[in-house]
Design a protein around this ligand. Structure first.
Ligand SMILES: *Cc1c(COP(=O)(O)O)cnc(C)c1O
Length: 468
């Protein structure tokens, strides 16, 4: 066997990476290609013979580039997509180089310890109970899934039922209650867990999408079945926060478990200025949040926390004869996550928190919110532009009024023109039956200049005579 040439493909990847990142400010933010063009660039017969690794990397990068969306750009405002903090990105490279299988302490001691430490840091940053357990998962979806698996375990255990051993057939029926404006991943988690999305009771929300505690109390009073309540901090449209403290009071009174989906909104707790929005969040039973959104860790990265570590481990833990389980003080990740073999996700998280510090995380969150406020203020100053939500966090809903009265059609056309203009990237949504542009500020590198340029581009595209 020849000695491996690590240097050539890695050098190619390094040069391409740097060229990509440094060109971001000057390239259109969106993808500039189509499915047929991409297929033409990438498709071909199954390769028969080996190829030189450096050429593989160069060819892949050249063929993919036009189909990349500039989510790393300071002017990407679509969905809730964070960029990648430089320290986290570099740590993510090392994670790949080290290629640890972070399922067991014995197999990846450093990865295990980094998750233990970063998990503790996250709990402190987010103001959660010190005794909570933590799991590093792929994102908010799996965090919601893992938390609800722990909830399912605990609520059935209290009924004398071992769901891990017996399954759900013949088990006492559980119910799930969640606000009407919940994220779809809650329904999906209920499906994966055999609870069924149809068993979710939708609880009424107010005009910003916040769950109404009295409506929850009424819904809970309607049945004796053990209940899991899913609250949300940071709705994807308005950024609004359910009143978690009141929800916990009502739900715990009824013996229910409270889970908080805080994929991005939970990060408000890291800011002294915004923390009031999450008041009472520490009283919940489990929490889900993302690393790849507001902490700006590269994809994929999410966290689940549970105030009942035993339930968390009962739902996820594995004991198999051929595994080498950690001794006292040696944390096995597979007891906290649905995955078995898995990427060492803790390294980039550790690096992001280390690089920002508590004050840096607070500053990041606050700056994004200030810039969202600037978007709203500048856009609202123009005739025919309306802001549909109370901008409490980093989300702004914008509606463009048309002279002919077709505000929905005009709003969608503006979003499409903005996409083609390429200065920035926003997406559309429907809020309370009305089409809206949705702007989310979630990137560490976004500054006032990015916002001002984007506002100018959006207003240009909203002119009645803007090119169709
Ligand atoms: C993004 C989001 C999710 C899903 O998170 P993923 O990381 O995409 O799996 C869940 N809930 C809320 C409120 C979100 O914003």
């Amino acid at each position: 066997m020849e000695k491996p040439d690590w240097a050539a493909p890695l050098a190619e990847a390094y040069e391409r990476s740097l060229a990509y990142l440094t060109a971001l400010p000057d390239r259109p933010v969106g993808s500039v290609t189509s499915a047929p063009d991409l297929r033409a660039a990438l498709d071909g017969p199954l390769p028969e013979a080996p190829a030189d690794p450096r050429e593989v990397i160069a060819g892949l990068a050249a063929a993919a580039e036009s189909g990349l969306v500039g989510t790393q750009s300071g002017r990407f405002f679509g969905f809730v997509v964070g960029g990648a903090n430089p320290a986290a990105l570099a740590a993510d490279w090392l994670t790949t180089v080290w290629d640890q299988n972070a399922c067991l302490f014995a197999l990846a001691p450093a990865a295990s310890m980094v998750e233990e430490v970063a998990g503790k840091w996250l709990i402190q940053l987010l103001g959660l109970p010190a005794h909570a357990s933590a799991g590093f998962v792929t994102g908010g979806q799996m965090a919601n899934f893992t938390a609800l698996a722990a909830a399912r375990h605990e609520m059935l255990r209290r009924q004398g039922w071992d769901v891990e051993a017996e399954g759900l057939a013949g088990a006492p029926r559980l119910r799930v209650l969640a606000g009407r404006q919940r994220h779809d991943t809650v329904d999906r988690a209920a499906r994966f867990l055999g609870l069924g999305s149809a068993t979710i009771t939708s609880v009424d929300t107010d005009d910003q999408g916040r769950m109404l505690p009295h409506a929850l109390a009424d819904a809970l009073a309607g049945s004796d079945r053990p209940a899991i309540v899913c609250a949300q901090v940071g709705g994807v449209n308005t950024g609004a926060f359910d009143p978690v403290g009141d929800i916990c009071a009502v739900a715990h009174e009824a013996g229910a478990w409270v889970h908080v989906d805080g994929a991005f909104g939970l990060w408000a707790a890291a800011s002294p200025r915004l923390r009031h929005l999450t008041a009472g969040v520490e009283r919940a039973d489990s929490w889900a949040t993302d690393g790849h959104k507001w902490l700006n860790v590269p994809y994929d990265s999410g966290f689940v926390f549970c105030a009942h570590p035993r339930a968390h481990r009962a739902a996820m833990g594995v004991r198999a004869g051929y595994l080498i389980h950690g001794a006292e003080g040696e944390r096995d990740a597979l007891d906290h996550t649905p995955e078995f073999s898995r990427r060492a996700r803790g390294f980039p998280v550790y690096a992001a928190i280390r690089a920002l510090g508590r004050t840096g995380v607070a500053e990041l969150v606050e700056r994004c919110c200030t810039l969202a406020g600037s978007f709203a203020e500048q856009l609202a100053a123009h005739d025919g532009v309306e802001i549909l939500n109370d901008v409490v966090l980093n989300q702004v809903l914008v509606r463009f009024r048309a002279a002919d009265g077709d505000h929905d059609g005009h709003t969608r056309a503006v979003i499409e023109r903005v996409r083609r203009d390429g200065t920035c990237w926003t997406n559309g949504t429907t809020w309370q039956g009305r089409a809206a542009m949705r702007i989310s500020v979630s990137n560490w590198s976004t500054d006032q200049g990015d916002v001002d340029r984007s506002v100018a581009a959006i207003l240009r595209c909203a002119q009645p005579d803007a090119e169709a």
